[in-house]
Design a protein around this ligand. Sequence first.
Ligand SMILES: [Zn+2]
Length: 268
Amino acid sequence: MIKRITLVLAVALSFTACKKDDNKETVLLFSPEQDKQLGAQLKAEIFANPNEYPVLDEAKYPFAYEYIRGLKDSILNTGKIGYKDEFAWEVYIIQDDSVLNAFASPGGYIFFYTGLIKYLDNEDDLMGVMGHEIAHADRRHSVKQMQRQYGISLLLNIVLGKEPGQLSQILAGVAGNTAGLAFSRDAESEADAYSVEYLSQTPYRCDGAKTFFEKLSAAGGSTVPKFLSTHPPAADRVVEIENKAIELGCDTTYYSPSSYQTFKNSLP
Ligand SMILES: [Zn+2]
C-alpha cells in the first residue's frame, strides 16, 4: 500500500512539473558553449542578409560602436553576469529608424535598431533595455525556449549546421519578427527584474527599463513593437519594475549623461 501511494505521489509530482511551463522548470541539455556556437551562426545569418538586417558598418561608425559597447561593458562589470567570461558579448547596431527593437541571440550577441536608440531620450532608458537583453542571453531564455519548441536533437543538428532552413526560422523568432519564439511571461519579467538588479550597481537609474513602456503608453501605445506586445502587458511590466526597484531600494533618479545626444547624433 505504501508503495502504491508513493507511486501515485510520484506521478502527481511529475505531472505538476510538466504542467509548469516556465523557465525555471526546463532542464537545459544545451551547453553554454553551444549557446555561443548557435549565437555565432545566427550572427553570421544576420550579416549574410543585409537587406533584412542592415548592420551599421563598424569601419564607418567607430564612435557609435565604441560608445554602445562601453554601455554594455558597464553592465558586464557589475559582477552580476553569470556567463561574463564564457559568452561573446558582442553588440551591433542595425540601421533602421522605423524599428523600435533590440534583441539578444544566445551566447551574448546583442543587436540594437537605430529606431530604438533614437526614440529613447536618456542613456538610462537605453541601459534599461541593455540590461534586459543581456539578461535574456545570460539567463539563457532563448535556448530554453528553443529546446522546448524544437527538442534537443534538432537543436544540436542546427548547431552542427545540418538544418540551415531552421536557422533562419530561429533567427526570425529571436529578432522578434515572428511569433515563433515568443518568450514566456516569466522570461520577460525575469529579464526586467535582472535589468533593475544590474543597473542598481551602476550610476544609472535602476528602473531604466520601465521608461520605454511609459513613453510608448504616453504616445498612445498602438505601435508597441512585437517583442513587447505579447505578455506581460506594458503597464504590468512598469509596476513589476517599480516593485523590484523598491525591493532593492536602488536609486531611481536619472544619471542622464549629456553624451547620449552625441551618440545619437553620430548615427546615420
Ligand atoms: Zn525581452
